[in-house]
Ligand binder design. Structure first.
Ligand code: FPP
Length: 254
């Protein structure tokens, strides 16, 4: 194993050494942050305490991803299906992006992180939307890690939207039917020009995609851990990356 210090791209500050190999770091890592409720229940706390703790894990993992030069980190923060939860929990989850971004925006700017989102932002309360818009605006010129929050996101919803937009463009003669191929469909998704995820991590022992990045995950490597999201840390994150580095990706070939 090579053991070298990493440098933040903009600030050139020496960060903690990592034992990861420097080659073959996944460009895009996406995470299904699961297990907040169970983490809280195990401690006799309300579910929202798990979400709050999960926010500090987000901070840790953003730093860990930035440190090893991951280009995009997509975090599944709120799904289209999460509206089915009790109203008080939904209200709390809606406040988290604002709390996270208000607290950590200076740090994200300092670390050259660019905030982006995927999902149906129009369906969010205005204070959530505003917090996200502000963070995107203030970090738009950063060229370090892209921190991409999936908010009010659903993979099937995304595909329905894409098909509707494509059909409209065909009707308006902005798009020809024979131009519709895989890369064209990708451009109509929330992720647009963003590279597909190389590695998808899910915490808490559940083994499913839950409507996350359905199109984009076609060739992603999947990595699961029993650990609940609030307990997930840099070491486990690096273990996931290290396991990824040992996988053979064949894309249907031999
Ligand atoms: C799933 O755990 C988690 C969520 C639906 C919310 C994810 C939110 C965070 C990790 C907080 C950080 C968010 C931001 C925007 C900084 P669950 O509640 O389904 O857990 P359970 O399966 O144990 O009930």
């Amino acid at each position: 194993m090579i053991k070298l210090p990493f440098f933040n791209r903009k600030r050139r500050i020496e960060l903690q050494p990592t034992t990861l190999q420097l080659e073959n770091i996944p460009n895009h890592i996406a995470i299904i942050m699961d297990g907040n409720g169970r983490w809280a229940k195990k401690r006799g706390l309300p579910r929202i305490a798990g979400h709050k703790e999960g926010m500090t894990t987000v901070r840790r993992i953003v730093k860990a991803a930035n440190r090893i030069n991951v280009k995009v980190l997509t975090l599944y923060a709120f799904s289209k299906e999460n509206w089915k939860r009790p109203q008080a929990e939904v209200e709390f989850l809606m406040k988290l992006p604002k709390e996270f971004l208000t607290t950590y925006l200076p740090e994200l700017i300092e670390e050259n992180v660019k905030v982006q989102t995927i999902g149906d932002l129009e369906g969010l309360p205005s204070f959530t939307r505003e917090a996200v818009r502000e963070a995107m605006e203030q970090t738009k010129h950063n060229d370090g890690l892209i921190l991409n929050f999936a908010l009010n996101y659903g993979g099937r919803y995304e595909l329905v939207n894409a098909v509707q937009s494509m059909m409209q463009d065909v009707q308006e003669k902005k798009l020809q039917l024979d131009e519709v191929d895989e890369s064209c469909i990708s451009r109509y998704l929330y992720t647009e020009e963003m590279a597909d995820p190389d590695l998808i991590i899910r915490t808490s022992g559940e083994h499913r995609l839950s409507n996350f990045l359905l199109w984009q995950s076609a060739y992603a490597e999947l990595w699961f851990t029993e650990v609940l999201w609030p307990d997930f840390d840099e070491l486990l994150f690096e273990q996931a990356v290290s396991d990824f580095q040992n996988r053979k990706r064949r894309y249907g070939g031999i």
